[in-house]
Write a new protein. Structure first.
Length: 546
């Protein structure tokens, strides 16, 4: 049996010999081979692109065309050029990739020198580089004080001919820090004599050692001291409030100052929220102080301040049409975006209550609680609906923006002493009158117990608010509207009530800085955000003071 290779391999007869089958002489060339084939097999000589035929007909590739029906590559380096085009010719300076690295080495320093700036070029023959510009050297001249007291004097006075810097007004003579003298062209102030120069051979006055760390010294008030020798340069101590007071023998473990901040990469809205907010307002017979502070736990955990406050004026122009809105919002701790929700509801409640300002004032004058409740519920419902739509449009969850809200509406009319209040969720409303605290003004029961309530109604899930009328307000009253970060320790700690009663119930309204320091009275185990808006009624009942 033949091998597989032998079965498929046919011996090729030698040239010039007869065919293997004996049919005649074998073709002596390829041309004779193609000519011996039957007609229709193999290419004709006119179709052969090359001198040697292919064993099969060559397929013509269609030419590519663009949208305009033209060849995108009119010049083909292979020589197939469209009709009417110039054949492709290779650039004599074009080199292939392997030829680019075979360039002969040449001196390129002249080319590189032309690319450099003019100051860095190599000097040509006969070229001398100019010398660099140098500032002129002026002879040292002692100032008036050195001429008077010698070289050892500490202060250097300006020359008399020197003008002040552009944009700086010359200091008046006699001001501490102004180095003037008889030689400077300006005389001494009235009642001030320049000290005489020390006798010859004596040393200049020595300066004492540098002061160590401690209170910041500031210049005292100008006046004649020590027989009118000159302006008073006695250092005084700047008063500081220090750390806030605390209840009990030891303060809480957390530091009473801003701590770690939220990251911008984690939450931009949380990162840009301030740690402390202070606000206020003053109207005839009314003074408002407000503050919001991030809790110790949020400062330690790099969390945002979830509380917000609002002090806004509603209504038209004039005191008889004006209404003061005092509101606080406490974001629910378990909601991830409650800090955004509390900020949003404070803005929206002011927006939706402003059109009802005249109707709220009319309801307070008539004592109409149902009408007041209907107006408040309409504004609260619109606030909740607006927050829900905003969150839904941004593909968020409204439950993650849960927040409480409570507010106080105070008419600016001196004759109207009633105030309207509303509340959604927990919080506090306290009244300080004649040194005695009432921590449950709204009659909510749970607010004045000093117990932390973990379950509460919140926006935007709750659309209805509790509301009522408080009053009439008495002269000297201090109304405190707050979140549970202040209402809970105020109701549960007697030391805090005594401290705030002494600070706020003496008839004098503290300044914003003092109010913030007093407001941060610390109680152990109460580390939540703290927000409050306090309203002082004029003790004398006057409504004409601002």
């Amino acid at each position: 049996m033949k091998k597989r290779s032998e079965r498929y391999e046919q011996p090729v007869p030698p040239q010039g010999s007869t065919d293997a089958d004996g049919g005649g002489p074998a073709p002596s060339s390829l041309d004779e081979t193609w000519a011996s084939l039957p007609p229709g097999i193999g290419p004709t000589p006119a179709e052969q692109p090359y001198p040697y035929p292919y064993p099969y007909p060559q397929r013509q590739e269609p030419r590519r065309q663009d949208a305009r029906g033209q060849d995108p590559h009119p010049q083909d380096p292979r020589g197939q050029v469209p009709r009417g085009q110039v054949p492709y010719e290779r650039d004599p300076y074009e080199r292939d990739s392997y030829e680019r690295y075979q360039r002969p080495e040449r001196d390129r320093r002249a080319e590189q020198d032309q690319q450099r700036p003019e100051r860095d070029r190599r000097p040509e023959e006969g070229y001398q580089r100019p010398e660099p510009y140098r500032l002129p050297e002026y002879p040292e001249r002692p100032g008036p004080y050195q001429e008077r007291y010698g070289e050892g004097y500490a202060e250097q006075a300006p020359y008399p001919e020197q003008a002040p810097y552009p944009g700086r007004s010359p200091e008046p003579p006699g001001v501490p820090g102004r180095r003037t003298g008889p030689e400077s062209g300006s005389g001494a102030p009235a009642g001030v004599e320049w000290p005489e120069a020390p006798p010859a051979g004596t040393s200049a006055p020595e300066t004492g050692p540098a002061p160590g760390p401690g209170p910041v010294p500031v210049p005292g008030p100008a006046g004649d001291h020590d027989g009118g020798a000159g302006p008073d340069r006695t250092a005084t101590t700047v008063p500081t409030l220090g750390a806030p007071r605390h209840s009990g023998p030891k303060p809480p473990l957390y530091a009473p100052h801003p701590g770690r901040l939220p990251s911008v990469r984690d939450d931009l809205d949380a990162a840009v929220l301030p740690d402390i907010v202070v606000d206020g307002a003053t109207y005839p017979g009314l003074t408002v102080r407000a503050a919001s502070v991030r809790g110790d736990s949020h400062r330690y955990e790099s969390g945002p301040r979830q509380d917000s406050l609002c002090v806004a004026r509603l209504g038209g122009p004039g005191e008889e049409n004006g209404l003061l809105l005092l509101a606080v919002a406490d974001g629910v701790g378990s909601a991830a975006r409650s800090h955004v929700g509390s900020q949003d509801v404070c803005r929206r409640i002011a927006l939706f209550l402003d059109p009802y300002a005249d109707e709220v004032i009319a309801a307070l004058r008539a004592g109409d609680r149902p009408a007041l409740g209907a107006l408040v519920n309409s504004a609260v419902g619109s606030t909740a609906e607006g927050l829900t739509q905003r969150v839904t449009q941004r593909r968020g969850r409204p439950a993650e923006h849960a927040t409480t809200l409570r507010g106080l509406l105070v008419p600016l009319d001196p004759e109207l002493r009633e105030r309207a209040w509303f509340a959604v969720g927990d919080g506090g409303a306290a009244l300080l009158r004649d040194g005695v605290w009432d921590t449950d003004v709204f009659g909510e029961g749970q607010a004045g117990s000093g117990v932390i309530d973990t379950g509460t109604a919140a926006l935007p899930g709750s659309r209805l608010a509790r509301s009522g009328i408080h009053g009439p307000a008495a002269p000297g009253d201090v109304f405190v509207l707050s979140t549970d970060g202040l209402s809970t320790p105020l109701a549960g700690d007697a030391g805090m009530r005594d401290f705030l009663a002494a600070a706020w119930g003496q008839g004098e309204v503290p300044g914003p800085v003092d109010f913030l320091w007093q407001f941060q009275y610390r109680v152990k185990s109460y580390d939540d955000d703290r927000t409050a808006v306090c309203l002082w009624e004029d003790p004398a009942g006057r409504r004409d003071t601002v």
